[in-house]
Design a protein around this ligand. Structure first.
Ligand SMILES: [Zn+2]
Ligand SMILES: [Zn+2]
Length: 170
């Protein structure tokens, strides 16, 4: 597996010397990328737009990807689609920084990996579902009801309730 994420380090030093309003798009595409310490993304695709402003370089990121996740209902591993859409200013001087406090590095290179990881983690749902209408597992036999039907589907899950039902039938 290729762990390289060099493509997330953009060499934007030359934009500093452009006039205010200059914009450059960097297309990003990678089959997979590891964002340390804990995130693996697949099918990363999107773009980064860097604009020269009076205060610094405005970096707009829009990227889609997916990450392996476990469905809370059927416990199957699936690829959770994620999207990151954020804007950061890399200021030229300390008193021009925004609340994130980012400064334009002297190297002229900005590493998007830490921010991308943060945004992608925020995009992960608290209760991931393999699909919105996932049927989950049968509480009686544990079969995955997306793939198969078992005879328990119409039965009542709660034994007290089924006792009540059998009383009604009498
Ligand atoms: Zn599921
Ligand atoms: Zn069942």
């Amino acid at each position: 597996m290729n762990d390289s994420r060099d493509f997330l380090t953009l060499n934007v030093g030359f934009i500093v010397h452009q006039t205010v309003g200059y914009t450059r798009d960097f297309p990003i595409e990678a089959p997979s990328v590891y964002l340390p310490p804990d995130m693996n993304l697949s099918d990363l695709k999107g773009f980064v737009r860097v604009t020269r402003t009076a205060q610094g370089l405005l970096v707009q990121v829009n990227m889609k990807a997916s990450t392996s996740s476990e469905c809370v209902r059927c416990l199957v591993d699936f690829q959770q689609p994620l999207e990151a859409d954020f804007t950061e200013l890399y200021a030229f001087t300390l008193n021009q920084t925004t609340e994130t406090g980012l400064l334009m590095p002297e190297s002229g290179k900005i590493d998007l990996a830490p921010m991308l990881r943060e945004e992608m983690i925020l995009a992960i749902p608290i209760s991931p579902l393999c699909k919105p209408d996932c049927k989950g597992l049968c509480p009686v036999c544990g079969e995955n009801l997306n793939e198969t039907t078992c005879n328990h589907e119409d039965d009542d899950i709660d034994p007290r309730l089924s006792a009540l039902r059998s009383l009604e039938k009498e």
